[in-house]
Ligand binder design. Structure first.
Ligand code: C2O
Ligand code: CU
Ligand code: CU
Length: 457
């Protein structure tokens, strides 16, 4: 790790000073020639939303929106975000799926100190991989993500692709009642099961929106599940479509029928938009999420061919022959471990027999594994419970190899939806030094124990 935990704790003020006032800012102010397309000033602040007609929901937003402002970066280039915390509580930004230096990963006490109200931090890193990513706090996650602090981050391919049209769809269920007031983000009896679900489903912050699509064209549909809890059983009715990427990483395109998109996961589809009048609907199982409205009319006499596959990201190929093997058991520990209090006081879940406690910083000294820089590893991930867990790693991308439940065509990802009682093997090269969080992305599972850290040094 480039910043040890000890340095971080002892020299906290120094680190904040370095990040906030040091080299980064100087460069920023003195070199206005840096590409302005990929530089943002972003803040997190309270935001009144009208999710239920006639009622105000006191949400939180990035850049005055919830879901947050869409950020774009170009593969191989720097993304710079000067971020100001205008909340009444501490926060950070984590860049989900981006392979970046640990100092930019947004985990409190690992990457940076929690940003207090009024503080500014410059996030500045190169984005090595193209695809659909997102950003969110890594502090008081149940509440902060639940109230709207989730935003899409799109990294454009270094070379142009054959896609001419794009739509970004952010899925989120809001934990609100009929009057738009927030309900509990985490209820112990739900946290101990599948997680606490919100009531109102939205796409881009609207319940059942109508989204325009150009007739006869092929559109890249980026669907991001930025919900705390829900796994969507995605289907698209009324149009032919193919999967081009999973969690940012390209695959060899295959026809799209149905896909279980867990919290934190993303899917890029190519949709062949029919001619005017056709009904195209995005569904979660039997439920409608969004209607597409086909506009214009195509002049093309012949159907356009499907776009070429997207170029692979530069992720290191694990050496399976020499890989070391590690096992991670994700299990339910049963019962309420304490008799009263908020969800944060409970632990229902464990990774390899240990429940992570977000309030106990000494957990950071006990990573579940210590990996050697440059070495390949195969993780056997075993779900010993009856609920599914989208297992996510920070800082690196792993390759899904196999599962005892289904046939897998190996692919790279940062989040794997581990089904009930499923065991899956994933592999990675430990090529990014740091202390990386490894957790379930059902937020109340994560906050009741289902998190650990993996050290690479
Ligand atoms: Cu979206 Cu710790 O991650
Ligand atoms: Cu992440
Ligand atoms: Cu989980």
């Amino acid at each position: 790790m480039s910043i040890s935990r000890r340095q971080l704790l002892m020299g906290g003020a120094g680190l904040a000073g370095l990040a906030g006032l040091g080299a980064g800012v100087g460069q920023w102010l003195q070199r206005p020639s840096l590409d302005p397309r990929y530089a943002y000033q972003l803040s997190a602040a309270p935001l009144d939303l009208q999710l239920v007609p006639g009622f105000i929901t006191q949400a939180l937003g990035y850049g005055g929106q919830a879901p947050g402002q869409l950020l774009r970066a170009k593969q191989g280039e720097r993304l710079r975000v000067r971020f100001t915390n205008q909340l009444e509580q501490a926060t950070t930004i984590h860049w989900h799926g981006i392979r970046l230096p640990i100092e930019m990963d947004g985990v409190p006490y690992v990457s940076q100190l929690p940003m207090l109200p009024g503080e500014t931090f410059d996030y500045d890193f190169v984005v090595p991989d193209a695809g659909s990513y997102w950003y969110h706090p890594h502090k008081a996650s149940g509440e902060q993500l639940g109230r709207g602090l989730v935003g899409p981050l799109i990294v454009d391919e270094a070379e142009p692709t054959e896609f001419q049209h794009e739509r970004v769809l952010v899925l989120k269920n809001w934990h609100i009642d009929e009057q738009g007031a927030f309900t509990d983000f985490s209820v112990p009896r739900e946290a101990a099961r599948g997680g606490t679900r919100g009531r109102l489903s939205t796409v881009n912050g609207q319940h059942l929106p109508s989204i325009d699509l150009p007739a006869g064209e092929i559109v890249r549909l980026r669907v991001l599940n930025l919900d705390n809890t829900v796994t969507y059983r995605l289907k698209l009715a009324g149009a032919e479509s193919r999967i081009y990427a999973l969690d940012g990483n390209p695959i060899v395109p295959v026809p799209f029928k149905e896909y279980w998109l867990g919290p934190g996961m993303r899917i890029d589809l190519a949709v062949r938009v029919p001619q005017n009048g056709a009904a195209v609907v995005l569904r979660d199982g039997l439920f409608r999420l969004a209607d597409f409205v086909v506009h214009g009319s195509s002049t093309a006499l012949v159907q356009a061919p499907w776009p070429r596959a997207l170029p692979a990201n530069p992720v290191a190929e694990p050496d399976l022959q020499r890989a070391e093997r590690l096992t991670f058991n994700f299990e339910w520990v049963g019962g309420l471990s304490k008799s009263a209090g908020k969800t944060g006081d409970f632990s229902f879940w464990q990774v390899n027999g240990v429940a992570w406690d977000g309030n106990d910083r000494s957990c950071l000294d006990r990573p579940a594994a210590r990996l050697r820089l440059g070495q390949s590893y195969i993780f056997e991930m075993r779900n010993l419970s009856q609920y599914q867990h989208p297992i996510h790693i920070h800082g690196m991308t792993f390759k899904v190899l196999s599962s005892n439940r289904k046939a897998i065509t190996p692919y790279f990802t940062d989040t794997y939806l581990l089904g009930r009682n499923e065991s899956a093997k994933v592999a990675l090269v430990a090529d990014n030094p740091g202390l990386w969080m490894f957790h379930c992305h059902v937020i109340d599972h994560m906050e009741t124990g289902l998190m650990t850290a993996i050290e690479v040094a």
